[in-house]
Design a protein around this ligand. Structure first.
Ligand code: P5A
Length: 434
């Protein structure tokens, strides 16, 4: 993508209303635009990151056998009246009416709709286990939306739902999802801590919150240190029983005098909740009358769970976990472009020719690249590149070119290498396995 053609409005200063670094950087790097309180437009750069995160979430859901579907954002209130949550949900629910005066609402979650679909279409225990998910916008009329997309009113969530014939099978689905979560957060370059949590208004009896350790986190977190290593190791292997056996709790349920972890192994930190999973038994299957034929002429009431990941919140959480004083430092797995190519002097013919060639080569190799071809001062271009945080910067100036080299900079380490024009493409192709 050529920068002269790309809609990327960067800002030198952060707007005053942005209190935390991720919100400041998201506004400055042109990822989002505030529409009104807690509601944002995603600009091209932000949209690409959001979709890259959603893709990783999707791949890991598919890998454990969850099936993607799409449920409505506007839902009929009838179903919620039936489950008893239309009144109970309170002011966080955005309620609307259609032209016939029928009550509707904008989905804050889809437990009711999934249960309704199941009761319409599932007949027998042989249809179980059923594991489905969607990646869909949600709305919660938060009383105090803040920190940008971290706590928005409209936000993007992956919500999965499991339907099983009994508690034992439901716990197996829960562990499957837990495995998918561990792999997802590892691939996003994050260390997420799965903390035992109260189930809150969702109800039920088994629940974990996944929290990213960051100073600006809203929750306080207590956990055994070795959990960090298990959650951040780089392979696909997940020992879910081991992970679930390790102590981790938020301040809501942590009791210092009952903590099983010796003080020298206990870590205390702040965390951002990026995921929350629940096993809630027969809560919705009972209230909405989901019954299936069981074995030997019996009837079963399925056991259910629901599993959320805050996809839009993750964009902010990744920035909280990965930035420096110059800007964002994207992990390679979610970066909007792999390479930022800087033409230091567009008026120099050789320089521009070399940049154009390299740009075409990267594209041909399937490596995404943002090419800063603007007629701007180098300082402005470099500051922008640092701000938007692409993992690799390639810069070409007349002086280096005369001696036959271009500069390759690693955004994270700051390490700079001088390479020939030929070597740079090969090196990047090898690095990205192209
Ligand atoms: C689980 C899936 C649920 O809604 N029902 C379906 C369950 N859980 S939850 O914990 O309430 O939300 C899941 C994740 O969504 C993110 N999230 C938010 N992100 C941005 N702004 C908000 N206002 C917001 N509220 C929830 C969190 O990451 C949460 O873990």
């Amino acid at each position: 993508m050529r920068r002269t053609r790309y809609f990327l409005p960067t800002l030198k200063e952060a707007p005053r209303e942005a209190q935390i670094i991720s919100h400041q950087l998201m506004l400055r790097a042109g990822l989002i635009d505030q529409h009104c309180a807690g509601i944002y437009s995603w600009l091209p750069l932000g949209t690409t990151v959001l979709q890259n995160i959603a893709d990783i979430v999707r791949q890991e859901q598919n890998k454990v056998g969850a099936q993607e579907m799409i449920m409505p954002t506007i839902q009929s209130a009838d179903l919620w009246k039936e489950s008893g949550r239309y009144e109970a949900y309170g002011e966080e629910m955005l309620r609307l009416q259609d032209r016939h005066g029928r009550d509707l609402l904008y989905t804050p979650t889809a437990d009711e709709v999934v249960t309704d679909i199941a009761r319409n279409h599932l007949k027998s225990y042989r249809n179980l286990p059923t594991l489905v998910y969607q990646i869909q916008w949600k709305f919660r009329d938060e009383i105090r939306p803040r920190f940008g997309v971290m706590r928005g009113r409209e936000f993007y969530m992956k919500d999965a739902y499991s339907i099983d014939m009994n508690e034992e099978e439901a716990r197996a689905s829960y562990k499957k999802m837990m495995t998918a979560y561990v792999r997802t957060f590892r691939r996003l370059g994050l260390t997420a801590v799965p903390a035992r949590a109260d189930t809150g208004p969702i109800g039920g009896d088994l629940s974990h919150e996944f929290l990213i350790v960051a100073q600006t986190g809203e929750s306080e977190l207590f956990y055994e240190e070795r959990l960090e290593d298990l959650m951040s190791q780089e392979d696909d292997h997940v020992d879910v029983d081991d992970i679930m056996s390790i102590y981790a709790a938020t301040d809501e349920i942590h009791e210092a005098d009952k903590c099983p972890i010796p003080a020298d192994k206990l870590k205390v930190a702040r965390g951002i909740e990026v995921g929350h999973i629940f096993y809630f038994g027969t809560k919705y299957s009972e209230s909405l009358g989901l019954k299936l034929a069981g074995p030997d002429n019996t009837t079963i009431v399925p056991h259910m769970g629901s599993y959320g990941i805050g996809v839009s919140r993750l964009v902010a959480a990744i920035i909280e976990a990965s930035h420096d004083d110059k800007g964002i430092v994207w992990p390679e797995s979610v970066t909007p472009f792999k390479i930022g190519l800087v033409n230091i002097r567009v008026s120099d013919e050789d320089c521009t020719a070399a940049c154009d060639t390299l740009y075409e080569e990267f594209k041909a190799a399937g490596i995404t690249v943002l090419y800063d071809d603007r007629d701007e001062r180098p300082g402005v271009k470099f500051a922008d590149m640092e701000l938007i945080g692409l993992p690799w910067q390639v810069s070409i100036g007349p002086r280096g070119l005369k001696d036959g080299f271009v500069e390759l900079k690693n955004r994270k380490t700051g390490e700079i290498q001088e390479l020939s024009l030929e070597d740079i493409t090969t090196k990047m192709q090898e690095h990205f396995g192209r």
